[in-house]
Design a protein around this ligand. Structure first.
Ligand SMILES: *Cc1c(COP(=O)(O)O)cnc(C)c1O
Length: 462
C-alpha cells in the first residue's frame, strides 16, 4: 500500500462546513474575488498557508498547561533553550513572537544602508526587513530552481557562481551576512542539499562573512537530504540537522512552521557581540530575553513541537501527504511546478488557463474558481502579488510565473480532504475555458494582493 501513514490518531476535532454553491458565489462576489476577504467559517479546506496552522499534539497542549509564566528565567524558557540548542547547536537562543521579528532584530542591528544580503531566494518578510533598513536583498538561487518543469532533487540550492559574482561586484565589506532559506519557500518549497550548504559555508568562511539560515522548514529539508542525497540514507534527522547547522553561524526561525505551533519564533547566534546587540533591541521591541514576546506556555509548546518534528515517521507522513497530492494532480493532469515541494504544491495557472492573459490575473481566477467550485482556499502567487513598474519605462512588468499555492497545514487535513482538493482542481481545469479574466476595482499602493477587490472582465459570467 502506497499511503503515507498518519503516525497519530485524532483526539479533538473541529467542525467545519461546506456552504452551498449559491452562498459561495455570493461570498466570493462580496469579497471582490479576493479569498483573503472570505470568512474562514465559509471555507471547507483552507490551504492559504501552512504558517501557524498546525494541529498541536496532546503533549503540546499538556505542555501549555504546565508552562511557567514567570517574567524572568522561567522553567519553560530553560526547557525551550535546551531543546533549541540540542538541535541547532548555537550558543545564544533568543525567543521572538514570530519569524519576521527575528529577521527584524537581525537586520536592524547587523545591516547598514547600502549593504547587501545574498540568499538563495529571500522570503518576502526577509526581503522586506532587509529593504526596510536600506539594505539590498539579493536572490542567488541556481538556474535549475527557476525552471518549473525540471525534475531535480535540490532545486533550492544556491548558485555559487552567482554568490561569488555578488562578492566581486559589492566586495565582502558590503556584505554583512549570507542567508540560506531551508527549504526555499519562495522557490516552491524546494530543498537545499548538504553539498550545497557545505560549499556555500566554505566560501563564506573564506570571505570571513557569517552564514545565517532561514530555518523555518529545517526538518523538512533534513528529510529531503536523508531521502535524496547520496550518503545520508543511514543518518538520522538529528545527525543531518547537526551537520547542516554546524556549517553556519546562526539562524532565524518561524516556529509557526516546523515547530508545530500557532505562534512563535527565535534567533540563534554564536557570536557574543551580535547576540548582545540583538538582545538589547529585543528588550525594546519584544520583551525580556527569556520570553521575547511569547507566553511561557508558548515556549513550552515550541520545545515539545521541536521534539515531535524530528520524528522520521512524522516527516515521512508530512512530506508524503504533499507528494501524494502531487501524484493525484498528475493523474488528473492538473499542471504544477515539479517536483512537489515539502509543504506545498504550486499550480501552474498559465498552463491551466492559457486563454486568460496575464493582465487579467489567471492565477487569481484559478484561486477564486477553487473557492467557487468547492470551498477550497488557496493563495495567488502571480500578477496580483508581483506586478511592478519598470523603473525606466514605467510599463507594467508581469512575473515569470502565475502560480496558485496549495499550502498544506501540518497534521490537519485527512487524505480524503486532500483527494477532494485534487478533484476540485480538476473540475476547475475542466471548466477552465468558460472562466473569464478579472480586473481590479480597488488596489492599495503596497502589498495589494491582501486587500484588492476585483470583478470579472466585461462580457461574461465568472
Ligand atoms: C513564514 C516565513 C518567514 C516569516 O515568519 P513569520 O512567522 O510569518 O513572521 C520567514 N521565512 C520563511 C522562509 C518563511 O516561510
Amino acid at each position: 500500500m502506497d499511503l503515507p501513514f498518519e503516525p497519530y490518531r485524532i483526539k479533538v476535532v473541529e467542525r467545519i462546513h461546506r456552504v452551498s454553491p449559491q452562498e459561495r458565489a455570493r461570498l466570493l462576489e462580496e469579497a471582490g474575488y479576493n479569498v483573503f476577504k472570505i470568512p474562514s467559517a465559509a471555507i471547507y479546506v483552507d490551504l492559504l498557508t501552512d504558517s501557524g496552522t498546525s494541529a498541536m499534539s496532546d503533549r503540546q497542549w499538556a505542555a501549555m498547561m504546565t508552562g511557567d509564566e514567570a517574567y524572568a528565567q522561567s522553567r519553560s524558557f530553560v526547557e525551550f533553550e535546551e531543546v533549541v540548542r540540542g538541535i541547532f547547536g548555537y550558543r545564544h537562543v533568543i525567543p521572538t513572537h514570530q519569524g519576521r521579528a527575528a529577521e527584524g532584530l537581525l537586520f536592524a542591528t547587523q545591516v547598514k544602508p547600502g549593504q547587501v544580503v545574498p540568499s538563495n531566494i529571500h522570503f518576502d518578510t526577509t526581503r522586506a526587513n532587509v529593504e526596510h533598513v536600506g539594505g539590498i536583498a539579493l536572490d542567488c538561487v541556481a538556474d535549475e530552481g527557476l525552471d518549473p518543469k525540471l525534475e531535480a532533487p535540490f532545486k533550492g540550492d544556491m548558485s555559487l557562481a552567482k554568490l561569488k559574482a555578488a562578492f566581486e561586484k559589492y566586495g565582502a565589506e558590503r556584505i554583512p551576512l549570507v542567508m540560506l532559506t531551508i527549504t526555499n519557500n519562495s522557490g516552491g518549497g524546494q530543498p537545499v542539499s548538504l553539498a550545497n550548504i557545505r560549499e556555500v559555508s566554505a566560501f563564506c568562511c573564506e570571505m570571513g562573512v557569517p552564514l545565517i539560515f532561514d530555518a523555518c522548514r529545517f526538518a523538512e529539508n533534513a528529510w529531503f537530504i536523508q531521502q535524496r542525497e547520496a550518503g545520508y540514507a543511514d543518518k538520522s534527522i538529528d545527525e543531518i540537522c547537526a551537520e547542516v547547522f554546524a556549517c553556519g553561524d546562526g539562524c532565524t526561525m518561524s516556529a509557526k512552521k516546523d515547530a508545530l505551533v500557532n505562534i512563535g519564533g527565535f534567533v540563534c547566534l554564536n557570536d557574543d557581540q551580535w547576540a548582545l546587540e540583538l538582545t538589547n533591541l529585543l528588550i525594546l521591541r519584544e520583551g525580556f530575553p527569556t520570553y521575547g514576546g511569547l507566553a511561557g506556555r508558548d515556549l513550552a509548546a515550541i520545545a515539545q513541537g521541536l521534539r515531535e518534528v524530528m520524528d522520521p515517521e512524522y516527516l515521512a507522513y508530512r512530506i508524503g501527504q504533499v507528494a501524494r497530492l502531487g501524484r493525484h494532480l498528475d493523474e488528473l493532469e492538473v499542471p504544477y511546478l515539479h517536483p512537489a515541494g515539502g509543504h506545498a504544491i504550486y499550480l501552474d495557472a498559465r498552463a491551466a488557463l492559457p486563454h486568460i492573459p496575464q493582465e487579467q490575473f489567471p492565477a487569481q481566477v484559478f484561486t477564486a474558481a477553487l473557492y467557487l467550485e468547492g470551498g477550497v482556499r488557496a493563495v495567488e502567487i502571480g500578477s496580483l502579488m508581483f506586478d511592478h513598474l519598470d523603473p525606466d519605462t514605467g510599463a507594467v512588468v508581469h512575473p515569470a510565473l502565475e502560480l496558485v499555492r496549495l499550502a498544506v497545514p501540518r497534521r490537519v487535513y485527512t487524505h480524503t480532504q486532500l483527494d477532494y482538493v485534487a478533484e476540485i482542481c480538476a473540475r476547475v481545469m475542466r471548466n477552465g475555458p468558460r472562466l473569464r479574466g478579472l480586473e481590479i476595482t480597488y488596489a492599495p499602493p503596497a502589498l495589494r494582493h491582501f486587500t484588492a477587490t476585483l470583478r470579472p472582465v466585461a462580457g461574461g459570467p465568472f
